[in-house]
Design a protein around this ligand. Sequence first.
Ligand SMILES: [Fe+2]
Length: 409
Amino acid sequence: MKYLGIHHIRFAVDNPEQFSRFLIQHFGFQYFAHRLNNPSAQSSIAVKHHSVVFVIDKRNHDNTVLEVNGNLPNLFLNGNVNYPVDTVCDACFQCNNIDEILERVKTTQKGSCVIQSKVEDLNGTVSYAVIQSPFGNLQHTLVDLSNYSGKFLPGFQINHNYVNSNHHYVECIDHLAYMVPTGLADSAIDWYNFVFEFERLFINKNDEVNEGFKVEHGPMGMRLKAIHGIDQFAPKCTGDFSPDMYIAPVKFVFGEPLSSSTSDQISTFLEEHRGMGIQHIGLGTRNILEAVNHFKQLGASFVAPPIEYYHDMNRIEEIEDLNITTDQLMKSGILVESSDSDNTEVLLPPDVNSWYIMQVFTKNLFKEQTFFLELIQRHRTQGGFGAGNIKALWSGVQAHLEKVKELEN
Ligand SMILES: [Fe+2]
């Protein structure tokens, strides 16, 4: 059976030690493995929280190309670190059909295969290929682990103190939010759907095939469209799974500014990131309230929604159905979106009559406004991403500003 899922996400940052320490201290990650990279003598640091693995590399400031040293597989998770700001540089997919994928990349004549090779150690052989996405700085390393029994990847030394605790706060990568300039989301979606055989995932009932889901409020506006990998053998985030076996299905949410907009968060991202790329990663959790409160105790900072958000009567009714008090949600800054929301209904299987998601966003984690994490808890839906919440938050901010203005006068 063919499969494809997220193996890990790799970052290129100015200070890998600091960023990995930050994730360990504030978000419950553990130091998982490291690799000494030749010839730069820089470490790749892998941190892990349940099945979520982030590999953190040193960003290369001077734009020089790392030299290839004989037969060493230097491009195996060791490239794409030349970038002017901290960034997500690689979404590594585990799959078992690398040749087919590369054939399709060739057909599109967009993007390129940087290298295709094999790397081995005492645990077996990993076939891999690196594809440069034609949309921004992101690349995709494909790894086929069919003939490999190691705990991570060749070249990495596992930290033997790593313990996969039964009690974890996040359990999978739920989605990657990919920001592109106005008019490019469709080309990006076409390329990803063709190359990786992804399909459109409808966000809600107002998500139209061509238009996507449009969020507009005053001068702000964005369009969102999602895609996902299908035919995954791996269970979904809400199911039971063994963390060693689990491969998170791929879900991308593409966002682009509406041409008329002038001050939306996507434009800010594109400017500060110096181009298209990954703006945030949604981490799936089974208990968002517990996770947020735990991470807050560890010193993590989350965005507090304006108080007006929780005063919306429809929302209060939605919240009452969840057996969580508005007060609890407000204190933790958790946003809710459900099948009861006016504008957020997806097609449900006949035996399922309601769904909801709860989500919360961290503050920006990099120097520039270019990256944050989201925690998301899903109940009976894979499609909701909280698109309606963006609108509600914008309205909330607007209402707050108007109130301040009134008080000033
Ligand atoms: Fe998100």
